[in-house]
Design a protein around this ligand. Structure first.
Ligand code: F0G
Length: 460
């Protein structure tokens, strides 16, 4: 079967409301044409993010009831630790309440009191980049060039360019690169996977220069599944074996459990470095909590441990990846421009080609997210000019991003395939009516991260 069906049945349901066209027009106007300002109850299908939006299983909920809320040494911590040890295999595990705290702890420690340090990655996620830069470092994105072409088909468009990495090491010097990273899958680059050969190659190159290698592991299981189906030699290996091999090359990882641990909140930092683990633990106590809970309840640790077991199931991953792929295929068949091939957790609409009559200065990605909402109650997120355009500090000229994307991130185990069909059909309808979609201008914007709170208005 090309698109395997859901490997679960539904035990609890949450009602979602269909709103009328008039209601949605009023809601979006009140929201200043920014979907971040829409109350979630007014949304029918919410594809804003796949982060923290997973449906937990009956086993995870049962595990929550077994939460041991002792301040120190809760039994759930030991289950969490054992599970992470089984998959990731690092010596030290430090829980945090979400992924960016793991990043903050790591970068505030390794970049402290040193200037001019550089962190290479295939593509830093926004929070990773922000944590590097906030702590005085420079974040370098070194993804392979083909990743920048939305139409190029390649099995592993998330790979880092090893020549660029070698050049960077040569140019800035290994002593100025405290760690190197890979983000798997590559969220900012379209949820594209990284091959095992590339993970191994990155590790070899970094280790040759005595640079530790860390993985941003948010979507590790989805990445492992792509390796299994696309890379020679992995077809007969289990997801656990593939994950074990991926992490065997690394010295540690950061993880947002809100993705591939199938929970609504949580994260961790893991490392083989005793001294770093000690320093980070000391900071953890200051900002998150005792080392056996790190900002989480015992029940949260239990749900993560069980989620990490469930995410390795191949029937789950086959369904998960193909649900996203099926949405992509339906859109491609109808001629809708999307980033190809579809990634692991999201379909990215190419707003520049979807709405070629709207210049970047009039926010085609925003125009598309507003239309998706007003037409069908679907919430997506703009990853384009509202998020990234900025003024050149010297010339004052606006610099626009290369791509104008709209991400449809698919929550895990949440929407049925018929709801996905509804999404596809409505996007196709919008595409057929695209000439009637117009541009936007900004009414209010904050100095930093303006996309979260900006208010806009339609131009005509
Ligand atoms: N790294 C990657 C690759 C991510 O995608 C995210 C979050 C983080 C780190 C930070 O994790 O949210 O738990 O602090 N991505 C979400 C998204 C927000 O919508 O893509 P966090």
């Amino acid at each position: 079967m090309k698109y395997p069906p859901e490997p679960f049945r539904i035990k609890t349901v949450e009602a979602i409301a269909r709103t009328t066209d008039w209601e949605r027009l009023a809601v979006i106007q009140d929201a200043g044409y920014n979907v971040f300002n829409i109350p979630a109850e007014k949304i029918y299908i919410d594809l804003l993010t796949d982060s923290g939006t997973s449906a937990m299983s009956d086993n995870q909920w049962a595990g929550m009831m077994k939460g041991d809320e002792s301040y120190a040494g809760s039994k759930n911590y030991f289950h969490f630790e054992a599970m992470i040890n089984k998959i990731f295999g690092f010596k030290h595990v430090i829980p945090t309440h979400q992924g960016r705290v793991a990043e903050n702890l790591l970068f505030s420690t390794i970049l402290k009191d040193r200037k001019g340090l550089v962190i290479p990655n295939n593509n830093h996620f926004d929070t990773t980049r922000a944590n590097v830069e906030y702590n005085g470092g420079r974040a370098e994105d070194l993804v392979i060039d083909i990743a920048k072409d939305t139409q190029a088909i390649d099995d592993f468009k998330g790979n880092i360019d090893l020549d660029k990495l070698a050049n960077l090491i040569h140019n800035v010097g290994a002593k100025n690169i405290p760690i190197g990273m890979l983000t798997i899958t590559n969220n900012s680059g379209g949820g594209q996977p990284v091959s095992m050969a590339n993970i191994r190659g990155t590790a070899e190159l970094l280790h040759k220069h005595e640079i530790p290698f860390y993985i941003d592991a948010c979507r590790f299981a989805e990445n492992a599944y792509f390796i299994k189906i696309r890379e020679d030699g992995y077809q007969d290996k289990s997801i656990l074996e593939i994950a074990n091999e991926m992490f065997s090359y690394a010295d540690g990882c950061t993880m947002s459990a809100k993705k591939d641990a199938l929970v609504n909140m949580g994260g961790f930092f893991a490392t083989n470095d005793d001294e770093l683990a000690q320093q980070i633990t000391n900071r953890l106590i200051l900002i998150e909590g005792f080392p056996t809970y790190g900002g989480l309840a015992g029940r949260d640790l239990e749900a993560i441990a069980i989620g990490l077991e469930e995410v390795l199931h191949e029937d789950y991953l086959a369904y998960r990846i193909s649900q996203v792929e099926e949405l992509g295929d339906r859109l491609i068949e109808a001629g809708v421009p999307i980033l190809r091939p579809t990634g692991g957790h999201a379909v990215y609409l190419d707003a520049k080609n979807f709405l070629p009559h709207i210049p970047q200065s009039q926010f085609p990605g925003i125009a598309l997210t507003v239309s998706l909402y007003t037409h069908a109650g679907i919430r997506a997120v703009e990853i384009g000019s509202l998020m990234f355009a900025h003024d050149d500090p010297e010339t004052g000229e606006t610099i626009y991003p290369h791509l104008e994307l709209v991400r449809l991130a698919i929550p895990r185990r949440v929407y049925t395939n018929s709801q996905m069909q509804y999404v596809a059909e409505n996007i196709i309808e919008l595409y057929e009516d695209r000439e009637n979609i117009g541009g936007y201008e900004i009414e209010y914007q904050a100095q930093v991260l303006r996309h979260f709170t900006a208010r806009l208005k339609p131009l005509q």
